[in-house]
Design a protein around this ligand. Sequence first.
Ligand code: SF4
Ligand code: MSK
Length: 657
Amino acid sequence: MPDKSKETGKEKKMPHPGEMTICEATEQMLVKARKDGVETAFDRAATMKACPIGADSACCKHCSMGPCRLNAKDPYAKVGVCGATIDTIMARNFARMVASGASAHTDHGMSMLDVFREVVNGNIPDYKIKDVLKLESVARSVGIEVEGRTQEDIAKELYEELERTYTQVDGEIPFMKRVPAKTLETWRKQGIVPRGAMREIMELMHRTHMGVDQHYENITRQCSRTALSDGWGGSMVATEISDILFGTPVPVAADVNMGVLKENMVNIIVHGHEPNLFESMLESVNEPTLIQAARDAGADGINLVGMCCSGAEMMSRHGVPHAGNFMSTEAILVTGAVDSMAVDVQCIKQGLAKVAECYGTYLFTTNPRCHIEGAQHIEFHEHTPKETTDEIVIKSISRFKSRKMPVEIPQITNTGIHGFSHEYINYMLGGSFRGSYTPLNDNIINGRIRGVAGVVGCTNPRVKHDEVHVELVKELIKNDVLVLQTGCSQISLAKAGLLTPEAAYLAGPGLREVCETVGMPPVLGMGSCVDNSRILVAAAEMVNVGGLGESIADLPAAGAAPEWMSEKAISIGHYFVASGVYTVFGVTFPIVEKTKFHDLLFNGLEQQGLGKWGFSPDPREMARMMIAHIDKKRKELGIDKARERVLVDMSDRRAMA
Ligand code: SF4
Ligand code: MSK
């Protein structure tokens, strides 16, 4: 590709793709893209320097008296034209990232709830309630009586109840019933229990308008309330309703990486976040008439593949192969083997349109919220889902027939086990009669497992793709920390081969023993980025089972998003922090150090009984910080010295009597 830095007269050597990613398939395609003269986000990140003032969040453009730029090196030297201080400006910018991220998850969850209502009312014959047990357990968890009632009755009441998550203007959202009592008590004391997601997001946008909330502590409170309405609201509803409609994941072997594309098949990729489109596409590619049409076109069949988060969800539920995470979505089109990519919402790079055009691949947008200039829009209607997906399959077959570009598919595939829902972990550890988290807590108490870490989030071309995720997770499991994963991070580790039971050999002796006994990987993949709510439910369950404190903040646990890039990631990070979890981000942290707002996020919130933020771009340092926190919590719980579980025998029982 042309080196733009030369055009502008500034000499800047473009790094070799091998310096930009550890994913060999992505590297191979980036090399090919350069040969083909095709530009990707990796190239743009290398030539476009990030704005340092924006990176520090030291600028404000909330009104036309500005934009105002403050000096990150001397943050209290200046204020904005209106007098806004660096703390106000940073808190407002940070809060707006949370508002945007939370609204993405909330709107996704609301779409799922719309589908649920229409299915329950019998208006979408193509979908039905697949998981009745999950329907009942979610209903029970929000206080709905299920005994002796019809499925339809329960579902209707559950819809009414969960709608409050979004529309309620006062009171507490339904899933507050799942929060451990002491955590909830802290939130009530702080005034951060969410009323309804729409209200919280609206209020946060209002408060961050010019001339409204100008105290960073008060802005942060509403920021926490909004983030909690995402994690325990919008995201949790999205996960639970998707499980009810399409099935709760159980472990399944699935292939990951670009080798899942097949040269002699019609390759269709679905990329985005909402499972509806993908579920319907799965039906369409199994339609005998369409399979025959593909054969008539000379193909061996139709190959459906996922990417990004809806891909992670479909892989977890159905074992659909997954071609790669966020930073591989342009690179995969360079194979020339993709006949179409259908997208819905979130993390869809506009750059895909240009790359797709270069390789004659169809790029279909399907959601009314997401059109892209240069892409074909075929709207997906929930009431007639197969009309859209059938049309996409037919167009993909026509592209296969007229493929002009040479095809080059990196022959790399990694098989792993995915689909560890909270419900399955419960069953896996305790069996069907004694399903519970007790064995997990016991193994944490006796020290075999040092603690639990959630490693999640995006990939980002500002760091070496996949490397920070992989190095961090390897370091954590080596130190006996069990890792839970979602989203693009899960795909990074799957490509590194760590989502297999055999990867236990990389774990410390305690974690390794537990993994070998249960037959589980040391890294458990739980699904997409909205499925981070599964980690919240697991954390609540660990508290409820007992022995590890009374609130989520007491748990020997930590979280990380080592290669984050999206506003959704900031919302996720903040709902984990507000829930009581120490959460470490990599790449960059969008505020200025040595300011009052920084101190509040990195220390003050913990003193209020919540969690706290941490930052390091270095995976080993990140692991050290997380492990130190886990050890601190173990000490506070009095379990810092490894203890074997004492088995109670008959003489002990007699002594107790
Ligand atoms: Fe500047 Fe204040 Fe306007 Fe922001 S709100 S742009 S700090 S004058
Ligand atoms: S897709 S939000 S890049 S995880 Fe959920 Fe991946 Fe991050 Fe998007």
